[in-house]
Ligand binder design. Sequence first.
Ligand code: SF4
Ligand code: SF4
Length: 399
Amino acid sequence: MPEKIEVRFGKGLKVLDVIENPVPHVVVDSRKELHGWWPGKRECTAERLLVNPYNGCSIDCSFCYAKALPGYFQNYRERGVVTVCRDFDRVVAKQLDSIDLASCGYLSPVTDPFQPVNHTYHLSEKIIEEFVGRNIPVEFITKEAVSDRVIGLLKRQSHSFGQFSVLTLQETQRRLLMRGGATTDDLFDCMTRMAESGVHTVCRVDPIIPYITDDVRGLEGLIERAVDSGASHIVASVMDIPLSMVSEVYKKFSVFGQGVVFDMKRLFSQRIDNGLHADIGYRKRLFDHLRNSCDSLGVTFALCMEYDLGDGIPVGLNGEFMSSTNCEGIDIPLYVRNGDRFEPAAECDGACLSCENPLCGVEDLALGKIDWQKPGFKLSDYRSWTRERARTAQEPLFS
Ligand code: SF4
Ligand code: SF4
């Protein structure tokens, strides 16, 4: 008899069978919609269509902030059960067919798209196919090895790319930080294969864990190896800890010794919104080193979601440390439908966050400055831009 799990749907409750292999998971119908970055603070320069075919992630990093998220994510945090969205590629396909304007797709903001359960369902490959088949760019971030099929798909779409997260060169240390994930050697091998096939390849040192992976020489060695493996852009961040997970996270890090936990507790002194952040002086010193390393190796550098407080308001640190135009090191415009396929909507760098002249025709996208109150874009926004475009019969601005 399979184990059962109770899952809350709005006000109702459903009982689902837990499938044990390859990892415990349940399969649910989902009508989740593609959407943009979440409301609140944002440093991401370019707009994205975020896609999560899975909720919960069995790579199970000690520092995973997604465990603090509500809904299905709690199934993983409390019971180790991943949630799979049944046939989600078809749901995504229908949504892409309902819009004439599309940003680059992003697999996946809060789970690893190539985690073990994907070996059974292959939703990530299928979703990439839906994007690439329409010539819409798509990107992924992973700590897993990716297949030649994925690389071959990305190669077919000129703005599609991939990012690999590598936290440390020391394999023993990596295994203490996460239950799953590919070996460091395998990740560098994937970077090499992807870069050699001409696809933009990013290495993320994200997050750096204070007192565990923050040795500057070690980080410089990691960046050098990433560059040797074909990465042309580096993204970094220092771990932050959601307030709701502080004791859980410190408990996990106790495998590195109580001294490490003691030092961490002193360092994580800055509260920004709902998270604890490492002391700003510590973070800036580290980022300064990494930026210099990248400069001397001839690759670009950016931070992910790193802030200080200015008059109590979070202020992004990329203004000080980023050397690329866009934080992922690649310039991708909005795409517009041309029959069954999409084409770039404008000859722009895709840095919507600072765009003052929305040549793509979508004024809403050109934020000009960070608007803390603005909600993230939804599929309904893309549909309304589509209607507006049809109403004004805009000629496509193909580049
Ligand atoms: S790979 Fe990402 S989503 Fe998965 S457990 Fe690690 S931090 Fe969380
Ligand atoms: S024209 Fe401006 S708002 Fe439109 S996609 Fe390009 S950068 Fe973004």
